[in-house]
Design a protein around this ligand. Structure first.
Ligand code: ACM
Ligand code: ZN
Length: 530
């Protein structure tokens, strides 16, 4: 009888866990490279009897770890109070670890115990991501391996914290609308590689993608390509405010802050389609896909019309509520001044404010918006054109025009914070011939010759993914991977830990992991070995 019961139990286990072929355990291939890592002899083996221990304050993050380990292992690991000494993954906070910063952690893997300790929950979160990368890549599988894999974790001591605060990725949601499920997938990937800022480019000439209650036309009309363009299904659309809240809260659980971008004064055709009276000419407009018309529209918000500011302040007021981020991006790039030059209202504004040219009018526009942003407790970010015509002391500059090499020095010498995403290394809509994974890996966010004071003003760097052309999710993933590994490591790891040969090895290992996660990647020959 006992034998029959045992047989039934084994069969149930067999049905539950599909029989994937065993694969070799990996060596240590963490991305981004930790600040300090020492490997010891021995391994910890995760098994059905392993427990996760923590105090009440870390229970939700412990639950995330349980859910992470469950699908591939089949183990439903119990969370217990921190009493057990053996076969345990112990999560704990330590107030004495403030020198590790908010995102740092220590991870100790011994034969019989794993400890992750940090100053804050974010640090624990990142310790877990590292632990995840120490496990065989099959841990990412959604189906259970049963007894086919030994869940071995090499014994290590790791002390780790980020080089930069800003480890970002920008996604252009205007030229192509990305589903919230896709954004969540990207968030999960970013978190695994310790990236912490998702910058959403929500408005542009080709579409307004965020619901604003006060101005429903923005998404009724400004989020749709007219039928005549024959755009593929799903390329347009918008996020409801509920969608935004869902994405922001999902991101927060992954230690990611979502930074919204509302473009002004240029790249605003989608808004002007709905409210032509906010343009200099007041004529009617139509949205068109990027490749079907002028790439940059000359019609922009009228700087001489008070209604423009009333509109923008009302929009931003709703945006402030939806995004807890301290930073709000207002675009500011590529605003042609042709309309302002020919507009009576803009010209009389210049006269009234004593502005000598349209560059100064742009600067006046941005400073006026910045005042509103600051009064609402937020920090304004703008693309580097916000420096033209005079930069305020408190705005943060996003450096993108890589050909203008003196911008970082000019911005930081003026005392402004800066985020580095030059076209030369960080524009991941460019093909791999132009920016290979290795080229992105060679990016150094701190320019040569920067002194300490200037260096401290560099918040970090980010990859930018513009979606004029790359319109399917699979293609987008291929544009991001493997290059996102480069930016993840450039922004997190100490500069002296960067090593191209070792990085290539780690990329090849991580590609197996992201493949298991259902991510497409580009076979970039600068890193992929076969
Ligand atoms: C930009 O690429 N226009 C910021
Ligand atoms: Zn005007």
């Amino acid at each position: 009888m006992e034998k029959i019961i045992l047989f039934i139990i084994l069969m149930l286990g067999f049905i539950q866990c599909n029989n994937n072929p065993p694969e070799l355990p990996e060596s240590i291939t963490i991305i981004p490279h930790p600040s300090e890592i020492t490997q010891h002899s021995g391994i910890f083996i995760l098994n059905a009897k392993t427990r996760i221990s923590c105090n009440f304050e870390l229970e939700s993050i412990a639950l995330q770890l349980v859910n992470l380990l469950k699908p591939a292992t089949g183990f439903d690991i119990e969370i217990i109070e921190p009493t057990r000494k053996k076969n345990v993954i112990a999560l704990s906070l330590d107030k004495n670890l403030s020198e590790l910063g908010k995102e740092g952690y220590k991870l100790e893997v011994k034969n019989d115990r794993i400890g992750i300790v940090a100053y804050t929950e974010s640090g624990i979160f990142y310790g877990i991501q590292t632990l995840r990368q120490l496990l065989p890549f099959q841990i990412e599988s959604t189906s259970c391996y049963g007894k086919d894999i030994k869940w071995e974790i090499p014994c290590v001591s790791i002390t780790d914290n980020p080089r930069f605060k800003w480890r970002g990725l920008m996604i252009d949601c205007s030229r192509t609308f990305w589903s919230k499920e896709f954004l969540k997938k990207i968030i999960r990937l970013m978190a695994l590689y310790k990236m912490n800022i998702l910058h959403l480019h929500l408005t542009d000439d080709q579409g307004w993608r965020i619901e604003i209650n006060k101005y429903p036309e923005l998404t009724q009309k400004g989020a749709r390509f007219p039928e005549k363009w024959g755009e593929p299904e799903g390329r347009d659309g918008f996020y409801t405010q509920e969608d935004i809240k869902e994405v922001v809260s999902y991101a927060a659980k992954h230690n990611i802050s979502v930074v919204p971008e509302i473009e002004m004064p240029g790249h605003t055709l989608a808004a002007l389609v709905c409210y032509p009276e906010l343009s200099c000419t007041g004529k009617s407009f139509e949205i068109h896909p990027f490749l079907k018309g002028p790439h940059i529209h000359k019609d922009i918000f009228c700087a001489g019309n008070e209604k423009t500011f009333e509109f923008l302040e009302n929009v931003l007021s709703e945006v402030f509520v939806l995004f807890p981020s301290k930073f709000i991006h207002i675009g500011g790039d590529e605003a042609p001044k042709i309309c302002w030059k020919a507009c009576e209202k803009c010209q009389s504004r210049m006269k009234a404010e004593g502005l000598k040219d349209e560059e100064e009018l742009q600067s006046w526009f941005i400073k006026k918006i910045e005042k509103f942003v600051t009064n609402n407790g937020k920090i304004l970010i703008g693309w580097d054109e916000i420096m033209e015509g005079g930069l305020s002391k408190t705005a943060t500059v996003m450096y993108w025009r890589g050909k203008f090499k003196d911008i970082p020095l000019a911005a930081t010498s003026h005392g402004n914070h800066i985020i580095m995403c030059p076209t030369t290394h960080c524009y991941f809509d460019y093909n791999y011939k132009t920016i290979s994974t290795i080229k992105a890996y060679e990016f150094e966010p701190i320019p040569d010759g920067f002194i300490q004071e200037q260096t401290e003003l560099i918040l970090g760097a980010q990859a930018c993914f513009w979606s004029h052309i790359d319109r399917t999710e699979d293609k987008a993933e291929r544009m991001l991977f493997p290059r996102l590994f480069s930016i993840a490591e450039v922004t997190w790891s100490p500069k002296e830990k960067r090593d191209t040969t070792h990085f290539k090895e780690r990329v090849n290992s991580q590609l197996k992991r992201i493949k298991k996660l259902g991510i497409h990647y580009y076979p970039d020959s600068t890193v992929i070995s076969n």
